[in-house]
Design a protein around this ligand. Sequence first.
Ligand code: AMP
Length: 180
Amino acid sequence: MTVEDEVRKTIRQIPDFPKKGIQFLDITTGVKDAKAFKQMIEFLYEKFKDKNINYVAAIESRGFIFGAPLALKLGAGLVLMRKPNKLPAKTLSETYNLEYGTDTIQMHADAIKEGDRVIVIDDLLATGGTATAACKLVKKAGGVPVAAAFIIELPKLNGAEKIRTEAGCEAVSMLKYDLS
Ligand code: AMP
């Protein structure tokens, strides 16, 4: 069995959560499996170890789970992309559209400097709205979003395409699920 298939088996699927019609991919069963968690971090590390990464920018909240160990392994710093009004110092914001309404993410204004090379990370890529906003925040600060990285991608929702066309950033994912 491939490493990808082994990790895939650890991810639980919950139908109709948080609302009817959504198939929720539950990363908690993946990261509680010591071997699978390690394989996820190894996958990400291998992708980026030679890319001269200065910072891993982790999206609240499940992105934090992967961002911290990846940053340590890469010898990079960890930057937090948070929901509004959580960060204490001056912030930069990016607002993006949801199915109904909008959402906003924030980063400290001084977290990233001109020319810094940054990986944006979250657990799952769906429509790409969140990660596109995160890549735009990196660019606003003058940084280079080298890639947006995920454990899971739902390719039917075309998130990778959105990130590429709207933020000029490539998406990398370990496992693809044929869900929409
Ligand atoms: P999006 O902005 O549409 O790419 O949504 C990505 C965010 O929503 C990530 O932080 C995911 O954790 C969460 N998410 C979206 N769809 C799912 C799903 N089917 N299962 C688990 N998490 C999801």
